[in-house]
Design a protein around this ligand. Structure first.
Ligand SMILES: Nc1ncnc2c1ncn2[C@@H]1O[C@H](COP(=O)(O)OP(=O)(O)O)[C@@H](O)[C@H]1O
Ligand SMILES: [Mg+2]
Length: 613
């Protein structure tokens, strides 16, 4: 059991590492330069205490020089320690040169790290966005927009910060720890052991604190999420808030959540302060320990004064990497969670076509045969639905809300895949599963029930599927969709911005924009899914008459709960709870005296009442 768990953990760590390596594809070279430069910075750090030590012991004092090999060679080059006493400027110069080199390498470290970080960030965002674009519609329906956006922003940031702040430092940290301990051991075994003992203590202590802080950060993040949801809801739902006089209630709700959020931050700040101050104390104790024992050894004559000062310098140098190591260990898990969250997107399979997918002529008969479908197991939405739409005809579908009308459209466009054992949908005898998805959708123009407009100009919204159409074509489509008068009523015409930053269109206006958009696409198959529901009956009739002339030889599927809209269809089916209950022409259906007739009578009565009123 434990063995199994260990293997699973190992597998997960490997998967995370592999994905991270993969994500680092374009930015790796910058991080390698950064690591190499930070190696040089760390080496410079190591040199200074050795120069101070040699100066004190051998230039000021008269002890034999015991500096590392290459320093000895430099001293020999300058003419030995005795000569150095009269050339103090040489020592000063060496310190300046080291400082200059350090500055140069630090510059390279920071620039390459920043560049690498931005390249990594951009690469991750591009990759996620293009992957998401190719994920099936059903995936989008299952995943919340807010959550996907958070994965593409916050989680991407966490990974970038982990790489550029932590991962690149890890080499510098290890170099600094190994180098300073090595330098200490080369001077005095006992004192070096005392200094080394504190390393695991401080690393463990930092790791403990940072893991607690990560949890607090997570809590703060969650509270922030709730707070912004409240604010966002109130901004978008301002009409409801005002109309129902909920201002005070909403203000209180916001203040309550704001308090919780502030408290969470204060708690985190307390933790941070406690960590930094106690960490300073711990490091101070370590230096004090080295200092006390070093002084004792000095008095006993087993350590030189220069060595003592070098030891204290190394103890100070050791402090930063040791504390950082603890932080890195703690933050590794945070980055791991973010990598998993991104993997959830990148590992989701993209929409693919079968090998050798076809692009057949779409001006052909469409046939549904024995189609049964369920979004969730056990909840059948369509049951054994069969019908045929001869090419170039208008096909009407009538049904109550939830009867499965839009589901038929989803299946026809392959927004959801129909499992092979659940029936077949064919166009000109070719199974749509064998048709290229992009070809299928390119040739089917749809007006969705709730059209979506981008925050762009009216013209851009209409021309989405036909960017290089002529002005005449645009005007003609607008006239057919009864959109021309609306456009003329705006001072900026087609250049009017719609959506959040521009004018707000009514439901009916949006539907008309969507109809014009579909008409411009000029596809051989056109689907209008309850697209005139928000348009008044009079305009509905106008559009219907204009559309009839416009359809030409296209195959049209008209979905509506308004019988007047459907009357022009060559054939109509009535859907009830996912089953076809009646079918025929308008006249045949009226004669059948079933549901269709009942709805027809009811709607006629309502219309008369409307006219009377
Ligand atoms: N993406 C979906 N996931 C799960 N259930 C869905 C989804 N879309 C629609 N449904 C359900 O399928 C049924 C039929 O929906 P739909 O085809 O949209 O009906 P209609 O267009 O006739 O109003 C409804 O009960 C609806 O709740
Ligand atoms: Mg629908």
């Amino acid at each position: 059991m434990i063995e199994q768990k260990k293997n699973k953990e190992k597998g997960r760590a490997m998967r995370r590492a592999r994905l991270l390596w993969d994500l680092l594809c374009g930015s790796r070279r910058y991080f390698i330069i950064c690591i190499a430069a930070s190696f040089m910075v760390a080496s410079c750090d190591m040199l200074l205490p050795q120069i101070i030590r040699t100066t004190i012991d051998s230039v000021i004092g008269d002890k034999e020089t015991d500096a590392p090999g290459f320093l000895l060679r430099m001293i020999d080059l300058a003419g030995g320690v005795d000569a150095l006493a009269s050339k103090i400027w040489l020592i000063a110069l060496s310190i300046v040169v080291i400082a200059a080199l350090q500055a140069l390498f630090r510059y390279v470290t920071i620039t390459s790290n920043t560049r690498g970080g931005e390249v990594l960030l951009k690469g991750m965002r591009d990759r996620l966005f293009s992957h998401i674009q190719r994920l099936p519609y059903s995936w989008h329906m299952k995943n919340q927009t807010g959550d996907i956006i958070q994965r593409c922003t916050s989680d991407v940031d966490v990974i970038k910060n982990f790489v550029s702040d932590q991962l690149t430092s890890v080499f510098r940290i290890i170099i600094l720890i190994v180098f300073s301990l090595f330098c200490m051991y080369s001077m005095d075994l006992r004192l070096a052991t005392i200094a080394a003992l504190s390393v695991p203590v401080i690393v463990g202590y930092s790791a403990y604190f940072y893991s607690r802080m990560s949890k607090s950060f997570l809590v703060c993040d969650e509270h922030e999420g709730v707070l912004s949801t409240i604010a966002q809801e109130n901004l978008t739902g301002v009409r409801v808030v005002r109309a129902f006089g909920r201002e005070v209630f909403e203000k209180d709700r916001f203040e309550k959540q704001n308090n919780i959020y502030t408290d969470a931050w204060l708690k985190l700040c307390r933790l941070l302060t406690a960590y930094w101050s106690s960490g300073d104390l711990l490091s101070g104790l370590q230096v004090a320990l080295v200092f006390v024992f070093g002084t004792i050894f000095c008095i006993r004559g087993t350590l030189t004064e220069g060595e003592l000062i070098a030891f204290i310098s190394y103890s100070y140098i050791l402090m930063w990497p040791v504390r950082r190591l603890g932080r890195m260990i703690a933050e590794m898990s945070k980055a791991g969670v973010s990598i998993d969250r991104i993997a959830h997107i990148l590992d989701s399979p993209q929409e693919t076509d079968k090998p050798g997918a076809l692009c057949p002529d779409m001006r052909a008969d469409i046939e549904f045969s024995h189609v049964t479908f369920a979004y969730e197991e056990g909840k059948e939405v369509l049951s054994d639905v069969s019908f045929k739409i001869p090419k170039g005809t208008v096909f009407g579908i009538l049904g109550a809300t939830g009867s499965g009308k839009s589901t038929l459209v989803h299946l026809l466009c392959r927004l959801y895949d129909l499992p092979p054992e659940n029936g077949k949908i064919t166009i000109g005898g070719v199974d749509i599963a064998d048709i290229k998805a992009s070809w299928l959708r390119k040739n089917i123009g749809i007006v969705l029930q709730e059209p979506f407009l981008f925050s762009r100009t009216l013209g851009e919204n209409v021309k989405i599927a036909a960017s290089n159409c002529t002005d005449e074509q645009l005007e003609e489509a607008a006239a057919t969709a009864c959109l021309d008068t609306t456009v003329k009523s705006f001072t900026q015409g087609w250049d009017t911005l719609v959506g959040e930053r521009g004018v707000t269109l009514s439901g009916g206006q949006k539907q008309r924009v969507a109809i014009a958009r579909m008409l411009l696409k000029n596809s051989p198959v056109m689907i209008l899914d309850d697209s005139l529901s928000a348009v008044d009956t009079e305009t509905d009739e106008k559009i219907r008459n204009a559309l009839k002339k416009r359809f030409g030889d296209a195959t049209v599927i008209l979905i509506s709960h308004r019988i007047t809209t459907l009357m022009l269809a060559n054939q109509i089916i009535v859907l009830d709870k996912g089953r076809i209950v009646e079918s025929g022409t308008h006249e045949q259906l009226i004669e059948q005296n079933g549901i269709y007739k009942k709805i027809y009578d009811l709607q006629m009565k309502m219309e008369e009442a409307e006219i009377d009123a």
